[in-house]
Design a protein around this ligand. Structure first.
Ligand SMILES: NC(=O)c1ccc[n+]([C@@H]2O[C@H](COP(=O)([O-])OP(=O)(O)OC[C@H]3O[C@@H](n4cnc5c(N)ncnc54)[C@H](OP(=O)(O)O)[C@@H]3O)[C@@H](O)[C@H]2O)c1
Length: 337
């Protein structure tokens, strides 16, 4: 591109604000910001919210007007996790022909869990010549790193992953989604109310299975609550969590494939107690056995760096809903202008 990339920040919470700072730093022009229409941040300057000083661009509550008037090359959508909840926002972008990169976890691979919306989204993008990509930390650390590692094997017999991150590194949407601060009884009731929505690791497993050319057969998921062994403070909800209260959850997801190669992933996502750190460890059994372990990955920052790094790739990608393993290698660019 010979001119500056123009971006709209759609959802200006904890992650959205870091995106603004990083995009600005890389030479992307922030042309708009969209918040919840009733939010207290409507009318506030995006740069001020991101802690980099005023940019002269304010948050609006009218997504359609902002996207139509500013004509961005991309919208960076950081609102929520599941595609059904995100649908009005990404449908609007696709209808207006605006490329999207979103950190909504289900959008990493929504094809099995939300097949109808995925097909509609893909078709709408193709019809309006734009693309959409659901990533964040997933792109490399839970996706391409694993599929490429498998590519170094002659044959594989199983894939196993373990990931842990601190829910308190994100905004209140994440803490609420992980049911922080609940007693065991309320946790059980809330889990049921959520209709046992799939954990993020279901999309990660689906992406890996598709990326390895395997065929999904079945999935089982075991979710349990993590609890505080001592009183700790949750800064994203601004509450103290007494001993015994829920700090988040953990889940074990087991996939069977038609090829007989199981994929097992365990994810622990909770408010940390002193001394706990982020983890990401993967092991592929086969010929030969291979593994990768990322020491204390900064999961929250890597969410934003990967999204920003991918912006030129999404803009130049073929129209449609993109899959991580079909993208070019993620590439360092000092600046985009
Ligand atoms: N893929 C990844 O690696 C990754 C990493 C981190 C987070 N995430 C996901 O990204 C989402 C956001 O995380 P976060 O930490 O930034 O949470 P957050 O701080 O709670 O931010 C969410 C933002 O979305 C805004 N919002 C709500 N409804 C909206 C609407 N209709 N239009 C525009 N904005 C709206 C909220 O505004 P109000 O505060 O006014 O309601 C809030 O500012 C979560 O679902 C999280 O699970 C993904």
């Amino acid at each position: 591109m010979s001119r500056k990339i123009k971006a709209v920040q759609y959802g200006v919470g904890a992650m959205g604000r870091v995106m603004i700072e990083m995009m600005h730093d890389k030479g992307i022009e922030i042309v708009g910001g969209i918040g919840r229409p009733t939010s207290a941040i409507i009318g506030q300057d995006l740069g001020t919210l991101a802690g980099i000083g005023p940019l002269g661009v304010v948050v609006t509550g009218d997504a359609e007007k902002t996207l139509t008037e500013t004509k961005p090359d991309i919208a960076v959508v950081c609102i929520t996790t599941y595609l059904a909840d995100l649908w009005p926002h990404v449908e609007l972008c696709a209808r207006l022909g605006v490329n999207v990169v979103t950190i909504a976890e289900e959008c990493f691979y929504p094809w099995r869990t939300e097949p109808e919306l995925s097909r509609r989204w893909d078709a709408l993008c193709k019809q309006n010549h734009c693309s959409a990509y659901g990533i964040g930390y997933q792109d490399f650390y839970w996706g391409n790193q694993i599929t490429q590692l498998a590519g170094t094997c002659h044959s594989i017999t199983s894939v196993k992953g373990f990931a842990q991150f601190n829910v308190d590194d994100y905004g209140p949407e994440v803490a609420r989604d992980h049911m922080v601060g609940l007693t065991a009884d309320v946790f059980a009731v809330e889990r049921k109310k959520k209709g046992n929505r799939p954990s993020y690791m279901q999309m990660v497993g689906d992406l890996i299975i598709d990326g390895l050319g395997l065929t999904f057969k079945s999935v089982t998921e075991d979710v349990y609550q993590t609890t505080a062994s001592q009183e700790i403070f949750c800064k994203s909800l601004n509450v103290s969590l007494p001993k015994g209260i829920g700090t988040g959850n953990a889940n074990r997801t087991h996939f069977e494939t038609l090829e007989g190669i199981p994929v097992d992933i365990e994810m622990v996502s909770k408010v940390y107690e002193p001394g706990e750190t982020d983890q990401n460890k993967w092991e592929i059994k086969g010929r030969p056995d291979v593994s990768v372990s990322n020491e204390r990955p900064a999961t929250d920052i890597l969410t934003c760096t990967e999204v920003v790094s991918r912006i030129p790739d999404v803009i130049s990608a073929p129209a449609g809903l993109l899959k991580a393993f079909e993208m070019p290698p993620i590439k360092y660019r000092r600046r985009f202008d």
